[in-house]
Design a protein around this ligand. Structure first.
Ligand SMILES: [Mg+2]
Length: 381
């Protein structure tokens, strides 16, 4: 296949079929935040087959505590309104993405799976890496972080030491449980990894006054903290703005930003200094680009993050992160948590530095239904 002579955005695509399969992947050790604890990730792979036979893939993981979506609801959305919107449809990648976005309210993870699959198919049909069609280059690299989940201080210190030994310079520390315990956790991590740059994530766990008190304390202690993510409840924009005004460390919105409209509202209210973009919140790449564009106009930097999602989702996020100038940070460590590294290809990480493997589309091998197999009980639910 040769590169199309017509502009890729204008190429007409026809979707022949939409398929999906279920998977279950064990984690190496439990992932714990102020909102949830996860030991194995159930996920769904969506496939988009174009007329001509090219197949793209995307994925969605269960993240009930964040998006409200479990495997059943993701499958229901894919089998019903999402398949109905896309199967047999013709249009440009932008037009087809708009059909996905409009197919049903919410269901952002399910939409992201299908929309990423569409983009993978689009780029494969053009025989180009997706990053190039998004305006970037395969050769770019970014420094990734490693998450230390919310555990006892000694366990967190041990995880921090392991991450630094593996070459990580940036650690993302999960806090937000109890402010006295949070102080002890951060002190233990800072002592165990004195050279690491620290990103803190309270996952909405503090009240505004608590957040101001604890963050001011970290500043007074001179800890090497880069940013503090979502200190207060997602819906409390006024509280977030109060924290942002009261402290000097950069405050990042995560659970508070799902769309460009949210980004505009937060920027208008001066509620944060930074935004965390996740495809599972924005419903895929197009929504994520809209958030990043809004941030760029406002002069705000973004992090491209992810839920505890499988490698397909992380690879899609990496293509966008390397293409968009407003994305200056990545938090794409889930592949290091999964016990399996499936499917092959897509991304390569060495000593904390992430790059794309190259190749058409996402650059991934197709994930077979028998890889990360789902338990037999629910195969057809
Ligand atoms: Mg977060």
């Amino acid at each position: 296949m040769t590169a199309s002579p017509i502009p890729q955005e204008a190429a007409e695509l026809e979707v022949r079929a939409v398929r999906r399969h279920r998977h279950l992947a064990p984690l190496r050790h439990p992932f714990v935040t102020a909102a949830r604890r996860t030991e194995a990730v159930e996920y769904v792979v969506a496939e988009v087959e174009l007329a001509g036979g090219v197949v793209g893939q995307g994925s969605a993981a269960e993240t009930v505590a964040v998006t409200g979506e479990d495997a059943r609801s993701i499958l229901t959305a894919l089998d019903g309104p999402l398949r109905g919107a896309l199967e047999g449809a013709r249009g440009t990648v932008g037009e087809l993405s708009a059909r996905i976005a409009a197919a049903l309210p919410g269901a952002t993870s399910a939409k992201a799976a299908l929309e990423v699959a569409l983009h993978d198919a689009w780029a494969r049909a053009a025989d180009r890496p997706l990053v190039e069609l998004l305006g970037g280059r395969v050769g770019e690299v970014m420094r990734n972080d490693m998450t230390v989940s919310l555990e006892e201080p000694a366990t967190m210190a041990q995880r921090a030491r392991e991450a630094v030994a593996a070459g990580h310079e940036i650690l993302k520390i999960k806090l937000g449980h109890d402010i006295d315990e949070d102080r002890a956790r951060l002190a233990a991590v800072a002592e165990a990894a004195p050279a690491a740059r620290l990103r803190l994530d309270a996952n909405q766990g503090w009240l505004p006054e608590q957040a101001i008190e604890i963050i001011s304390g970290f500043e007074a202690d001179g800890l090497p903290v880069e940013l503090v993510e979502q200190p207060v409840a997602a819906g409390d924009v006024e509280g977030l703005a109060r924290v942002t005004a009261a402290v000097s460390l950069p405050i990042m919105a995560d659970e508070a930003v799902w769309s460009a409209a949210d980004a505009h509202r937060l920027i208008e209210a001066r509620a944060c200094d930074l935004l965390n973009i996740k495809l599972a919140k924005t419903g895929g790449l197009r929504g994520a680009i809209e958030v990043a564009d809004a941030a760029r106009l406002a002069g705000i930097d973004c992090m491209l993050g992810a839920m505890m999602e499988p490698r397909i989702s992380i690879t899609a996020a990496a293509h966008l992160a390397l293409a968009h100038p407003a994305v200056t940070m990545i938090d794409l460590d889930p592949p290091a948590w999964f016990a399996t590294a499936l499917p092959r290809g897509g991304i390569v990480q060495e000593r904390g530095v992430l790059r794309l493997s190259g190749g058409p589309g996402l650059g991934l091998a197709p994930l077979r239904p028998d890889e990360d197999p789902a338990p037999p009980d629910g195969g057809d639910r």
